[in-house]
Design a protein around this ligand. Structure first.
Ligand code: FAD
Length: 811
């Protein structure tokens, strides 16, 4: 087949991911689509997948995408004539522990909120659906009748055929050797075909290169952190009288089972996986498998023989070991790389690439066509990747854990155990010595809570109150009644400076940032739908210098958003995160304590709320920002990294009564105050007015990105509102994703939750539809939150349940 010299888009990789992207771009009306596959379609990971299509996922939008895949795959055979093997066999997930039962019932409640057909079933019902199963110790199960299984290779081939039928060119035997760019955006690809080089100029590339994708991306300066690991299953000889069976998952035994053509497949998600391909993926890999490792698989098989005694007699037909890409957080990568315009990725599927690729291809095609994703995809967004995560030793270490985590208990607050300690603040050892128990976000080690001397410094996970509940309470109440200190050095910090810095930021921030030097402005950056892209504070340091503070997890995304929107304005954007530490001194006693270490005046006249000043602190200097994320009087102290330990020592010496506080207390305080959390409560699909952040939008200041959408919404009225809820049972624990019921009907989900120790119950935030209703009408209804199938009454509020008038932070 002749290779075109020009294309609008070149898709690299003919696994299910690339085929789905080609199919969906063609469907979206794109012309001049070229897919290049180095060997043959499906020859990487796709051909040997088990083919389980399960719709139960951890969040609403991932469930939405998986459901989309399942629906698409049932129609593909009729559309393309390729036998996809897609059968809606249903699936069962069984729980052998109370914790697992709670987990699967919680996910079932979530799936139901999105119209996925799901039923909680008793052990007896499981036995009726799956007679071969030993259910003696089964405590509960969920059944999804419309889940299915398929022939993954043929699904990919059907997608490729569908793409071809709509005009895309799918070419095998062509290896992309390089993606070229002009320093800003993609300009083309170089390829190799049997030793003959060639080039295609193009506007876009999509890296769907699976486990090859990381190194190809790195050549273009793009961070795509993934690493292959070995993934095992076995297939038995035919077993007489097996019958047609649903897919079965027994996560507590790290196993899944699939019946196909009278044989059984047993697959494993063992706790400690084997990384593979450390020095690169072999050039000639094509429909290959890896050597057997029976010792590695044996513990899973042992449990399977007990669970399904037929495995004791069944002969083993195939013992399969194949490589698959895993990522540091078990979530795949989708979207445009922050480093290079029009360089898109859809890769790193963590052994759920078959069920994910249909939806991911649809979402990416939408994103590429419209310039924005169809809905919030932050959890899989490539912009969450951290530059350091390119480190291969880090990746190798981490993927030993992430494969097994897929079937591990997904407890709230669960922390990874491997590849830790990469990013530490200057106070790390000091906090550790004082009992800090750390969690990890974006590679940062952050003190999540402080243990007492008598306590073991580790998490004991559960779905109820965990072992640190009382520590969190003590820290929370210290902030409410005394003074607490948080190390928030992990904040992302960005300097925007230059002649046009002000005009540039005015153009992309919703609030008015053209303020006097020393003023701090809380603002969002909006997309053209009025959705929230970034949530930040902007501090004006001088006429031409602005200091932006963003969540640590969103720094790369925020930098990318800023850089993408800079036109020919003269403004320089610099990541200065590592230059300054942040110590947040918060609580009614914060002023008295700070006064002991600084000669600066701290009263409201000299140092009003929403301002920043440089102060002497101990024998060093700090820039104190009078803002708060916990709703109390307090200062965020920005201290040059080299002086951080000195400042900390000075504070602790002057005020030994300071309580060291962790991120769990920060979160419980902020949710009592109703402060939104980016990525959960506010995302790019949430309109700033519906999020209740209209107070930070100044349409009168002139034009800015998203202004029209704000004006339109003001005109048309809100369709939903963010509401804060206080659960009426003090024991009930709410985390995230629990369905919200209004007058008995599911109307939304909890976007974030934590325990309000001051209010005495769990607090949740979530959106409630309200088109055509007054606030009073909306609040007059009865609300409940569904926690693993149990409904708990919840009191709604549109004003913060803690300190509604915000008197405390201004005292
Ligand atoms: C044992 C096992 C069981 C699994 N079971 C399931 C399951 O039941 N359900 C499920 O959802 N998922 C399952 N998976 C996961 C699933 O197989 C993968 O997530 C999915 O196949 C990944 O697809 P991909 O297109 O990203 O990668 P691949 O299929 O590896 O495709 C990448 C392609 O890119 C090509 N390529 C790479 N570099 C270049 C280049 N420079 N130029 C041109 N072409 C290039 C490669 O040749 C390859 O064909 C399983 C995986 C394994 C290993």
């Amino acid at each position: 087949m002749p290779i075109p010299s020009n294309a609008r888009v070149v898709i690299i990789g003919g696994g299910i991911s690339g085929c789905s992207v080609a199919y969906h771009l063609a469907k979206a009306g794109w012309k001049d689509i070229v897919l290049l596959e180095r060997k043959q379609l499906t020859c990487g990971t796709t051909w040997h997948a088990a083919g389980l299509i399960g719709q139960l996922r951890g969040s609403l939008n991932m469930t939405r995408l998986a459901k989309y895949s399942a629906d698409l795959y049932t129609k593909l055979e009729a559309e393309t004539g390729i036998a996809t093997g897609m059968r809606q066999t249903g699936s069962i997930t069984v729980a052998l522990t109370e914790a697992r039962r709670e987990e699967i019932y919680r996910s079932a409640a979530l799936a139901r909120a999105f119209d996925v057909d799901v039923n909680e079933v008793s052990p007896a019902e499981v036995k009726a659906l799956y007679p071969h199963l030993n259910v003696g110790d089964v405590l509960g199960a969920v059944h999804l009748p419309l889940d299915g299984q398929c022939d993954p290779g043929n699904i990919a081939l059907a997608l490729a055929k569908g793409a071809r039928m709509m005009g895309a060119e799918v070419i095998e035997g062509v290896k992309v050797t390089k993606v070229s760019d002009d320093g800003q955006r993609v300009t083309g690809v170089s390829y190799d075909i049997d030793g003959e080089p060639g080039t295609i100029t193009c506007d876009h590339v999509v890296n769907c290169g699976g486990m090859w994708g990381r190194d190809l991306a790195a050549q273009s300066g793009v961070t795509l952190p993934l690493h292959a690991a070995e993934h095992f299953y076995l297939v038995t000889e035919p077993i007489a009288g097996l019958g047609r069976l649903p897919v079965l998952r027994v996560p507590d035994e790290c196993a899944y089972y699939k019946e196909d053509a009278g044989k059984m497949m047993l697959g494993a998600f063992e706790p400690k996986a084997k990384p593979w391909g450390m020095s690169g993926i072999p050039e000639d890999f094509c429909f290959d498998s890896l050597p057997e490792d029976f010792d590695h698989f044996e513990p899973i098989l042992g449990m399977a023989m007990n669970r399904m005694p037929m495995f004791e007699q069944a002969g083993i037909h195939t013992f399969f070991n194949g490589p698959e890409s895993f990522t540091p957080d078990d979530r795949y990568y989708l979207g445009e790389a922050p480093e290079l315009q029009n360089y898109w990725v859809a890769a790193g599927y963590n052994s759920v690439g078959i069920v994910s690729s249909g939806g991911a291809g649809m979402a990416l095609a939408h994103w590429m066509t419209e310039g924005e994703p169809p809905f919030d995809l932050w959890e899989v967004d490539i912009r969450r990747a951290q530059p350091f995560q390119r480190n291969r030793r880090y990746l190798k270490d981490r993927v030993t854990e992430t494969l097994g985590l897929l079937y591990a208990d997904h407890y709230p607050y669960r922390q990874v155990a491997t590849a830790r300690g990469i990013r530490r603040t200057p106070l790390h050892e000091k906090l550790k010595a004082r009992g800090a128990v750390f969690g990890e976000v974006a590679g940062w080690e952050r003190a999540n809570w402080f243990a007492q001397d008598t306590q073991t410094r580790e998490y004991r996970y559960s779905w109820g109150r965990q072992n640190w509940f009382d520590n969190q309470r003590a820290e929370h109440m210290a902030v409410r009644e005394g003074v607490g200190l948080f190390d928030m050095t992990s904040f992302g910090k960005i300097r925007v400076e230059g002649r046009d810095a002000c005009a540039f930021l005015q153009r992309i921030c919703a609030n008015d940032i053209d303020v006097a030097s020393g003023r701090i402005v809380y603002t969002q950056m909006l997309n053209r739908r009025g959705g929230i892209e970034c949530d930040l504070t902007v501090t004006r340091l001088s006429e031409t210098v602005f200091y932006l503070v963003v969540p640590g997890a969103t720094l790369q995304r925020d930098l990318a958003w800023l850089r993408r929107h800079l036109r020919d304005e003269f403004a320089v954007i610099t990541d200065v995160t590592a230059g300054e530490s942040v110590l947040c001194l918060m609580g009614p006693d914060a002023r008295d304590v700070l006064a002991r270490v600084t000669p600066s005046a701290l009263d409201n006249d000299a140092f009003p709320f929403g301002t920043a000043q440089q102060i002497e602190l101990g024998m060093g200097l700090a820039r104190a920002h009078r803002v708060t994320y916990v709703g109390e009087l307090g200062w965020e102290l920005y201290v040059s990294t080299d002086q951080t330990v000195h400042v900390f020592d000075a504070l602790m010496k002057a005020a030994p009564e300071i309580t060291l506080c962790g991120l769990h207390a920060l979160d419980s305080c902020r949710i009592e105050k109703g402060f939104r959390h980016f990525g959960h409560d506010i995302t790019d699909e949430d309109h700033v007015l519906e999020a209740g952040l209209g107070f930070a939008v100044k349409t009168g200041k002139g034009d800015f990105l998203g202004r029209d959408a704000v004006l339109r919404k003001r005109e048309a009225g809100l369709e939903r509102r963010m509401v804060q809820f206080l659960l009426q049972e003090p024991e009930a624990m709410v985390y995230h994703n629990e369905p919200i019921l209004r007058d008995g009907r599911i109307i939304g989900i909890v976007t974030s939750g934590n325990y309000g120790h001051y209010l005495g119950g769990s607090v949740a935030l979530g959106y409630v539809p309200c088109a055509g209703e007054s606030a009073a009408e909306m609040l007059a209804s009865t609300y409940e939150i569904d926690i693993a199938g149990r409904r708990v009454a919840a009191k709604p509020s549109l004003t913060p349940l803690y300190d509604a008038k915000s008197m405390r932070m201004k005292m």
